[in-house]
Structures are given as C-alpha cells and as structure tokens.
Write a protein that binds this ligand. Structure first.
Ligand SMILES: Cc1cc2nc3c(=O)[nH]c(=O)nc-3n(C[C@H](O)[C@H](O)[C@H](O)COP(=O)(O)OP(=O)(O)OC[C@H]3O[C@@H](n4cnc5c(N)ncnc54)[C@H](O)[C@@H]3O)c2cc1C
Length: 456
C-alpha cells in the first residue's frame, strides 16, 4: 500500500511501444502522472509505418500489421483517436483466393483441405486434452508436447511431402523460428481443430483490420495525448537496481549517463533486450529464467513495389505460401487507394535474421522471380522499388516477437510478476495475445491497474 499522496508517487515506465504508452494513458486517466523513457528517437517500438516509399500514397507496415477481429484493445484505441480502419474481411476481399505454390506447382484449397484431413484428427485430439498456462499450471500432456519440437510433432503425426513443406513454411514465418526450435504447443495453440479451421490459419490474415494511413498513428496519437513532458526519447536503459524502498534506473543519453529514481517501475522492453540490461533486483526463478531465455522469432519483411496489383486481376488476394525462398507474404497495398501495388514477403529463421535493408540486385532478382512464379506476370509490372526491414539487428528489438522454444511454456510460460513495485508488460507477457500488438496494449493496461491497486 502506498502511503504518500497522489502526486508524490513517482511512476516510471521503460519503453514507448504500445505497452508502455497504454500503461501511461491508463494511469493518466486515473489521475496519476507517469514518465516514459524510450531509447529510440520515436515512439511505437515494433509498430512503424513506412509511407510513400513503395509508391506515392502507399503505406507499408514495417512491424505490427494485422489487427484481428478479437483484438479489442487495439480496435478501441483506433476508435478513441477516430482512426478509420481498412476492413480486410469484407466480402469482395474474401472472394479472392489465397495462393499455395509447392513442389513446382499451384495447389488448390481443395487439395490442401484433403491433405490436412488425416492430420487434423490427431491435432484435435491433442488439443482437447491440453491444459496449460505456465510452469505452475499444466497437465502431463502439455508437458510432454511442450518438450517436443514442432518439427518432431509434425513428423510423428505423419505430415510429409508438400503438406509438410507447407506447414514448415507456415510456422517458420508465423513464429519466425525454425520448427526444430519451436515448442509443438505453438502450433496446437494457434490452429483450429478441423481441416476448415486449420485452413483459416493459412488464409486468416484477410479477416482482420489495419489502420488506414498506417498503424503507427495509434502510438503517435497516444504520445500526443500524454504530452512531451511525460515522454523522454533517446534514453537507453542500461541498469536497474533496487535502493531499499524503490528503484534507480541508469540511462545512456546523448548528454551522458543519467540516473532516475522510481517508486513504481514498469519494464516493457522485449526480453531479448532486457536480458542485456544489468538487473540488480531479486527475481523469482521462473521470471529470471524467462527474461534470460525466452525465445524470439527473427521475422523480417521485404517489400516489393508494382505498377499494378496484377494478382488481383487474376482473382488472387496476394496472400501466399511457397517452398520457394520467398516463403510467404501478402498484398500490403490491399484496399489502399490508388493502383500501385505492394507485396510484402514475410521471412522467418535465418532469412529474416540476415535480411539486408538494401537488397543486393541478385537477391532482389531471385525474389522477384519467385513472385513471378507464384503470381505469373507480376514480374512485368515491377516498379523497381523495394526495401527490407530487419528487426533482429535493431538494437531495441533484437528479434520480431516471442516464439516459445521446446519446454518453455511449462518451464516458465508468460510470467510477469509484479515483484515488489517492479512490473512487467509487453506482448511477451500476455497470456491471451502473446506476440500481438493487442497483447502489448492489454498488458500495459493491466499493469497500470496493478499499480493503481497499490496506490489506492
Ligand atoms: C515483423 C513483425 C510483424 C508483426 N506483425 C504483427 C501483426 O501482424 N499483428 C500484431 O498484432 N502484431 C504483430 N507484430 C508484433 C507487434 O508489433 C508487437 O507485439 C508489439 O508492437 C509489441 O509492443 P511492445 O510494447 O510489447 O514492445 P515494443 O513495441 O518493442 O516496445 C518496447 C519499447 O522499448 C524500447 N526500448 C528497447 N530497448 C530499450 C532500452 N534499453 N531503453 C529504453 N527503451 C528501450 C523500444 O525502442 C520500444 O519502443 C509484428 C512484429 C514484427 C516485428
């Protein structure tokens, strides 16, 4: 219980991604002023929109892109700032087909459904028996399957041939890590129980939303509402120590090292980054393990520009999976005004981790040739513009998003404290929406609520 007055509580938040900003706003709404410190020179973290680079008027999302229909925290934020949404699931969009190109030819949805059917029964039975949340709460089946890699699981379930290749590329790109480095629970948690629901996993992107004009308008509007005095950019957190009654944070800034004291401290840095911060605070074992070892994907995006959206002329949505090096991707110009097109190829594993931001011509030619096989004729419509986005080499992300490795759900799970008056938020600690913008916003709000309950 906090004994000081409302204005005396010093609340400090690390990170101006959607989690940190959401926490600060909820505190503000309850009458408390928090101060947010951010390493970069902009807000939004892994939400960043790139405008007019592919073609005038076209916005490409460098990071968080799709808002699912049940991502209510994000949808409410868009509404709060009166930001119109692109509804990707509208009927004229869902009538377009998704593209599967494996072992040298296009595969129909019917073929895919047929190939998935035998696998779906085993998956459904495993899913029904599963119970888990973290290291404390799980059953024997969850422990067993968590310890299995997704690669082992799929092979033991009999997935082979082009179906294995499809599942391989689907989960390599969904979580950003090779299947041998992923817990089997990643798949069991993500997909529906019958072939039709499993199929939705592979065509599901078209059912969500994006913010018209760019998702980063949400964090920018939140920062504007908070006001400059609550937000300090260019502050790179290096160390946190407890000082008996609170915490002291040490930052590197352009002006040198700076120390800031806090009664309540909220950390929203990805654990990939936090594990490099000197944390001189006693932490429960599961949380310490989670900070140190939680696995992250290495997704990267390579965006290609086109004069026209040729795939749509052929009845295709632009959403694709392939066993060619391009892996997977979608029409990132979908529903945007104008005629210019953009395809984002979405890469996981080594390809995402090593993605150059300025694409060498031979690599570019290879990927464009891949796209021309997936969407015949698209090569002739190239506008010659493209760029890559690598999150793994970004020092303030060091990866794309959390993607649990074998054993990690039941060894620690998404534990978040609080520990004393030290709090944790971010996509990586969200039980319901781990990996997503919505999970970051949700845990920002819930950690603000935890802080408020200590204050009242
Ligand atoms: C390629 C890619 C595609 C994605 N696609 C989707 C999608 O389609 N849908 C979806 O919902 N989500 C998607 N996501 C995930 C989504 O973007 C994230 O889950 C969400 O933005 C994370 O928010 P956060 O606040 O938890 O973390 P962040 O946004 O990472 O915020 C943390 C903040 O801390 C700052 N920081 C880091 N180090 C320090 C330091 N030392 N000192 C001070 N500050 C520091 C960072 O700069 C950052 O601003 C995607 C992410 C990536 C990378």
């Amino acid at each position: 219980m906090w004994e000081g007055g409302k204005d005396a509580a010093k609340i400090v938040i690390m990170g101006a991604g959607i989690a940190g900003l959401s926490a600060a706003l909820h505190l503000r709404q309850a009458g408390y002023q928090a101060t947010v410190y951010e390493a970069a020179d902009r807000v939004g973290g892994r939400i960043r929109s790139i405008r007019d680079r592919i073609a005038p008027g076209i916005v490409a999302e460098a990071g968080g892109e799709f808002i699912d229909p049940d991502h209510t925290e994000m949808l409410e934020l868009a509404e709060r700032y009166s930001l119109p949404l692109l509804s990707l699931g509208q009927e004229r969009e869902t009538r377009l087909g998704d593209t599967f190109f494996f072992e040298g030819r296009h595969r129909s949805v019917r073929e895919l459904e047929k190939a998935l059917r035998p696998l779906a029964e085993g998956v459904a039975s495993d899913q029904r028996g599963l119970q888990y949340t973290n290291h404390r709460s799980h059953n024997a089946l969850a422990k067993h399957l968590d310890q299995m890699s997704l690669d082992e699981y799929l092979r033991s379930a009999g997935a082979d041939g082009w179906l294995y290749r499809l599942l391989d590329v689907a989960f390599l790109t969904e979580y950003g890590a090779p299947l041998a480095d992923q817990s089997a629970l990643n798949m069991l948690a993500a997909i529906g129980m019958d072939p039709a629901a499993m199929l939705e996993t592979f065509g599901g992107i078209s059912y969500g939303f994006k913010v018209l004009g760019g998702n980063d308008q949400i964090p920018k509007a939140m920062a504007e509402e908070l006001g400059e005095e609550s937000l300090h950019l260019g502050h790179v957190l290096r160390a946190v120590r407890s000082n008996g009654h609170g915490y002291v944070a040490t930052f590197d800034t352009d002006g040198g090292t700076q120390e800031v004291a806090a009664d309540f401290l909220l950390l929203t840095l990805p654990f990939t980054v936090l594990r490099r911060v000197e944390l001189d605070v006693a932490l429960p074992m599961a949380l310490a393990k989670s900070i140190k070892t939680m696995a992250y994907g290495t997704n990267g995006k390579q965006v290609f520009g086109f004069e026209r959206r040729t795939w749509r002329e052929q009845g295709q949505s632009g959403y694709f999976f392939t066993d060619l090096p391009a892996q997977s991707g979608w029409d990132s110009s979908q529903l945007q005004p104008g005629t210019a097109g953009a395809i984002t190829i979405y890469l996981g594993g080594e390809k995402g981790a090593r993605l150059p931001e300025n694409t060498p011509p031979e690599l570019s030619a290879r990927w464009r040739a891949n796209l021309d096989r997936v969407f015949p004729g698209s090569g002739g419509a190239s506008n010659g513009v493209e760029f890559g986005v690598n999150w793994t080499t970004n020092p303030f992300a060091l990866g794309s998003y959390s993607a649990f490795g074998p054993g990690q759900y039941t060894n620690f799970g998404r534990v978040s404290g609080p520990v004393g008056n030290l709090f944790f938020a971010g996509e990586h600690v969200s039980q319901a929406f781990g990996g997503y913008m919505n999970g970051a916003a949700e845990t920002g709000r819930t950690s603000a609520e935890q802080i408020l309950s200590r204050l009242s």
